[in-house]
Write a protein of this length. Structure first.
Lengths: 397, 397
């Protein structure tokens, strides 16, 4: 059983703050500052160039990849860390589409995070006009999986509403139709149980600064299934993905398995924070996280619906259909969120009218939820965003 | 006049170390640890998601880009920081080749850093078999610039020998033949004066962990000239390069100028170290750096040639033809470099037989050079790599 009091104690949450935005940027693990400082002062400072070997820097992307792999049901040695999520989307897509050379359509949905779609557009701008990005409504993805589709590019959990796709069912259908799957786990990794191996996913990508708490701009990760690991080519074929980077051959020769998805020199200082964050996950069971996330989010939904008139649930009502966040539409959502934040409860806002709240059980408990609901109730019922005090406060910050 | 005693005092160089590998990884700026710690503990820790606005995180890529721009002769607002150098090579190439839609050949040379060539290969794997990467010897680049060439991809300073291309002459010839230029400044930025605007370069890319001392895995930069900034498309079209990232449009619309070369969430912790490193460059004149680099490297070459039999200069003898490093071929180069490092002088080795030494005037002076020569002399004349003491030491480290 996961010890949530221990995980909660592992984070720095500022006094007076209830943090419901870990789905955007996770909070600071207390050990991260020390770990980053060691890497900067002792490793970089004293080992200089030798740090690449002496301090294990060169292996960090695969080492951290494996630690993330455990949280998403990946086979050991099949996840590597690096770059940003958008870059990893591009790499996965570019490799996936070449594995289906007779097909030309990338299928995605209008609930996907826009950067995924932009990267697909960019890839198609290179591949040529025969290729196409087809967008359907999230609920129509399954029906749109046909023999015409080369690759699906689907984000499991919708960034705005938390609506969750049925990853197992969609992957199964894709496989049955010869479609290669690319799953974006941005709002899944560290939030809900993911079983890449179990569902038979082909590629997956994700970021580490949300529920994994790796820090602002922490690197992304990519998974390539054992079926494809020795065949998939990265297109972004950098020297650290080369079979023998320090041979400095003039021609590219892909490295073993997912290591070929490495590109350039990895961000060691940034990864030090991520490494400290991943320590907290040792001993955490994702099913425990999921159960608790559902308890917390159900408590929040019930509280808001009872006490905050005007807010309309935008997320699926059934928690099994959601990730680890809920969103409410509210006419004055932007202003209300500003006022809520000014009163110590941090969520965020997505245009045009969506107030978004994430529930990370590693550092949130029932008392936080009750206090957050109570503050939100005050904001809404007293229309705090209209008060002179708030307007003044806003003017000076 | 640049105050080199002040710049020297700004770095942490471990006791007993003479660091001649700043061309690979620059040493730690003393203020970097504090700056990184502030970003981790205060900004991330206390501002959480609000750090993106409160702490200026979102603007860092352009802000740091401008500070680098000053060092490479770029117009303000035309350099942005992010990703790795390999990714920036891909972006520049992908944009450049589309600006020359009737041509199909990327020209590079066999002295280029291999990752640049690998990225060009990867791009071509997407563009299709009509496209070609043509490699010539470095001395044949000028002759190979013809109306057939779409883009040149040239690294100004050779990573092994320090041999320097004539950037002004090659750019001029390229322009005369309608060829778009992509310059890789990996071994130029912070090492020698670069005048992107003056020579009329189209695109430039570079890294910040070498002479700019941004730390292991510090991000890269990209320059797009004002001529192209509103036309060049990044292909790696991520949300932070979108004209309006937080509108979350489903379709990509390139942002203003070079900001469209941003891709995903930038590495804030890593950039904090770079920011501290760039502070040191305030008040540094690159022509002073160049003059002093030539003095130091000439002193080193003379010393080595006088005292280290068997070492053969692999770099151009004329310092005007070199960047800020020199290399020597030596039969026992690998073992000798290990022994040299064990004796406190850090250079590096490139197969098959090249001992490489970088000269960064910001933290090196004449005494360092004399001491380095003296240590190298002892290593070579006493064949220190063969001594039992060294073999034992090697076995335990």
């Amino acid at each position: 059983m996961t010890d949530f009091s221990a995980t909660r104690a592992a984070f720095h949450i500022p006094d007076g703050v209830i943090y419901l935005d870990g789905n955007s940027l996770g909070p600071l693990p207390k050990t991260a500052a020390r770990r980053v400082s060691e890497v900067v002062t002792q490793e970089w400072g004293d080992h200089l160039i030798k740090g690449w070997n002496d301090c294990g820097w060169m292996d960090m992307p695969m080492r951290l990849g494996d630690r993330i792999g455990r949280l998403i049901g990946a086979e050991p040695g099949h996840v590597v860390v690096g770059d940003t999520l958008s870059i990893k989307v591009f790499q996965a897509l570019a490799a996936a589409i070449k594995l289906n050379p007779d097909r030309r359509v990338i299928l995605s949905d209008t609930g996907n995070f826009p950067s995924d779609l932009y990267m697909a557009e960019g890839l198609i701008s290179l591949l040529g006009p025969d290729y196409d990005l087809r967008l359907v409504a999230p609920e129509d993805v399954s029906a749109a999986i046909t023999e015409e589709i080369a690759v699906t590019l689907i984000t499991e959990v919708d960034y705005r509403t938390g609506r969750k796709h049925d990853m197992a069912a969609l992957t199964k259908k894709a496989r049955a139709h010869g479609v290669v799957t690319v799953w974006d786990l941005a709002h899944s990794a560290g939030a809900i149980p993911v079983d890449l191996r179990g569902v038979g996913a082909d590629f997956a990508v994700g970021c580490t600064y949300k529920y994994l708490n790796g820090g602002p701009g922490a690197p992304a990760f990519i998974y390539v299934s054992p079926d494809h690991a020795e065949k998939a080519l990265p297109a972004l074929s950098g020297w650290l993905g080369h079979d023998s980077p320090f041979a400095f051959d003039l021609g590219y020769r892909a490295g073993a398995g997912v290591s070929r998805m490495r590109v350039g020199t990895p961000p060691i200082v940034q990864m030090a924070a991520l490494e400290a964050a991943l320590d907290i996950w040792d001993g955490v069971d994702l099913q425990d996280v999921r159960n608790r996330s559902i308890d917390l989010s159900e408590r929040f939904v019930a509280g808001v619906e009872a006490h905050c008139p005007g807010l309309v649930l935008a997320s699926p009502r059934d928690p099994a259909q959601r990730g680890s966040q809920v969103s409410f539409r509210f006419e004055h959502g932007y202003a209300a969120m500003q006022a809520l934040i000014a009163n110590g409860v941090i969520g965020d806002f997505r245009a045009p009218d969506m107030m978004r709240f994430g529930f990370a059980p590693l550092y949130l408990d029932e008392d936080d939820i009750d206090a957050a609901v109570d503050t939100l109730r005050r904001v809404i019922t007293d229309r705090l965003w209209e008060t002179p005090e708030f307007q003044r406060k806003k003017a000076v910050t």
